[in-house]
Design a protein around this ligand. Structure first.
Ligand code: GRF
Length: 190
């Protein structure tokens, strides 16, 4: 069985979609653990609800970012991770992690990359009056949403749609495609 470690900082709805896909048997993988960097993040409750171990990393406990990522790497090795799955993890990874898992760290981002990298990608796209929005799944490198693309899924909106409705559409799309893409990747490279 392929071992996944999920990285999340917030709500964790994508984490939940991955949990659900493994429970349903649509995703043939085991979630070994959650790495989280915010003690109050709801993704921790989701992990607890499903008896998934969670390890919290507080940046203030480490002298440098790479020290923290060394500790995260040790935890991923303890879990015997095959793939690291970023799902709303709000930090760049240091090279210590990237180089230890070459082409085995992926992220989901709510824009059609390379457009609208970084925070509030949806807000950036809406401010630019885009009517074609989308979601990208990409390999993670040291940059901010700069790794090579794996898959992209565009969708259309009407100019006058409510942001909350658009967000809902976007999340529904994310929850559908992320587990599918992960399954495809691990089928090729367990
Ligand atoms: C998602 O929109 C994802 O694309 C981005 O962060 C958000 C995380 O949402 N990287 P959630 O925590 O999975 O609900």
């Amino acid at each position: 069985m392929t071992n996944l470690v999920i990285f999340a900082s917030g709500n964790g709805s994508n984490f939940q979609a991955i949990i659900d896909a493994t429970s349903k048997g649509d995703l043939h993988a085991q979630i070994k653990g959650l790495i989280c960097d915010h003690k109050d993040a709801y993704c921790i409750t989701r992990a607890q609800n499903h008896q998934i171990p969670c390890v919290l990393f507080n940046r203030k406990d480490y002298e440098s970012k790479s020290d923290m990522d060394e500790a995260i790497l040790n935890q991923c090795r303890l879990w015997d991770a095959d793939w690291l799955i970023l799902a709303g993890y709000m930090r760049l990874l240091s090279s210590v992690l990237i180089q230890s898992y070459p082409q085995r760290i992926i992220n989901i981002h709510p824009s059609l990359l390379p457009q609208y990298k970084g925070k509030d990608a949806l807000g950036q796209a809406l401010a630019a009056h885009e009517t074609t929005l989308g979601v990208s799944i990409h390999y993670v490198d040291e940059g901010m949403d700069t790794g090579s693309l794996i898959a992209q899924y565009p969708f259309q909106i009407k100019g006058d749609e409510d942001r909350s409705l658009i967000e809902e559409k976007l999340h529904q799309l994310e929850h559908k495609i992320y587990p599918l893409v992960i399954q495809q990747l691990i089928k090729e490279k367990p």
